[in-house]
Design a protein around this ligand. Structure first.
Ligand code: MRU
Length: 398
């Protein structure tokens, strides 16, 4: 397939970029010229910085499932763009065939059915990060509003384009606002421990847990960041270490089981992590190992801050027990990073992708509308009230 990108014509659906150009590339983007979803393929990092251009819903589903694009906000944005592209190409194809609907009502029936089918399919790619269903639901609501307003199906396709772009743009604004609120919890020279990758590679830009670090660095502050390796998929070692170093942040890598020892040396002033779903009571699901980190932090009196856009807070989940945890393939543990399989053949493997950190181990939940403090049932409700007020007055959260 030939694609036309900002950089010219490609004969492949992949483009390799210099490793030091990370800051110039969005993790997830809609490429309007080629009608593709452009993602950084994170399975190739840190060896190669490769942008992949995806044009079908199957490609998008596979990229999310295989963690080519990953991190709660990034998969939400990717799914919204993939849904728009699918409905757009479906509508173009339908309009150009003999079976084209003759009335808008017929067109709407077919378009709505396709939208629901594709949204359900994309939503099934990963179960834990609520941003995925949040973004797809928002796209569906935009289409429904368009229908309700009496638009033609063609106008609704354009509205879906604009909604996907809005979700993407909002992600950048929201992460910056989380950065501002998170920065108010830090001091120049602090040691910060982070787990997995809640960085720019997990969002469009800035990240959530890393946003305070990037914003502080822009303002001349220095932080010493410790990255947990994050077994079994090594998001900390491969992605967080890579992106922080690319931005000139002082970074040190450690294995997951070294965190308690590190905290006992007084070199960690705060733990900053992202999350995939926060329950109404403040329990937070994040990458496996986060709860262990929080337990060690409690013992060493280090505050744990969970950075969460409001799109990651699921008020329909009463507690962490209601959060579905993704189980992944055993080979990620036994084979993936080894030249030869390192565990006995047919050994049983336990490989949950996430765990739940109890709310009482979390010092604050940093959202784009401020820092929620315990008790979270009340403080998160107040955050949503603030959000509604801001949205009613159409003021951005910064
Ligand atoms: O399995 P992953 O790599 O998608 O897991 C990602 C995380 O656990 C992140 O911490 C979380 O999604 C927050 S990203 C801002």
């Amino acid at each position: 397939m030939n694609l036309h990108t900002a950089k010219g014509t490609l004969t492949e659906t992949r483009e390799t970029l210099p490793l030091d150009s990370l800051a110039e590339v969005d993790t997830v983007a809609l490429d309007d010229q080629s009608d593709t979803l452009a993602i950084i393929d994170q399975t190739k990092l840190p060896a190669t910085l490769e942008v992949e251009y995806l044009s079908s819903r199957d490609e998008a589903y596979r990229a999310i499932k295989r963690l080519e694009v990953r991190g709660a906000p990034a998969i939400g944005v990717a799914a919204a763009i993939a849904l728009y592209l699918d409905v757009h190409s479906y509508w173009e194809h339908l309009s150009s065939t003999d079976s084209a609907p003759v009335t808008d009502a017929e067109g709407w029936e077919r378009l709505s059915a396709r939208l629901t089918e594709t949204a359900t399919y994309l939503d099934s790619s990963r179960p834990t990060a609520v941003n995925l269903s949040w973004a797809l639901h928002r796209m569906g609501a935009r289409a429904a509003a368009s229908r309700h307003a009496g638009d033609t199906p063609a106008a609704a396709v354009q509205a879906l384009h604009d909604e996907a772009v809005a979700i993407r743009n909002e992600d950048v604004r929201v992460c910056r606002a989380i950065g501002e609120h998170g920065l108010s919890l830090l001091h120049d020279g602090d040691g910060i421990l982070t787990h997995c990758n809640a960085g720019r590679l997990a969002t469009v830009r800035y990240g959530t847990a890393t946003a305070p670090i990037y914003l502080g660095a822009e303002r001349g502050m220095t932080f010493h960041v410790w990255c947990d390796e994050t077994r079994p998929l090594l998001q900390g070692a491969r992605l967080t270490a890579f992106e922080l170093m690319a931005s000139g942040i002082d970074t040190c890598l450690e294995c997951d089981n070294m965190s308690a020892s590190l905290m006992s040396t007084d070199r960690i002033q705060a733990v900053f992590v992202g999350c995939d779903r926060v329950a109404a009571n403040g329990d937070a699901a994040n990458k496996i190992g986060t709860s262990l980190l929080a337990l060690a932090a409690a013992r060493h009196h280090v505050p744990v801050y969970v950075c969460a856009p409001t799109s990651t807070i699921d008020r329909a989940c009463a507690t962490g027990h209601d959060i579905r945890i993704e189980q992944r393939a055993p080979e990620e543990v036994t084979e993936l990073w080894y030249e030869r399989r390192m565990a006995p053949e047919s050994v049983r493997v336990y490989n949950p992708a996430f765990d739940v950190t109890d709310a009482d181990l979390i010092a604050g939940i940093v959202t784009e509308f401020g820092v929620a403090r315990p008790p979270y049932t009340e403080s998160l409700a107040a955050i949503f009230q603030r959000k509604e007020t801001v949205e009613r007055n159409k003021v951005h959260p910064e």
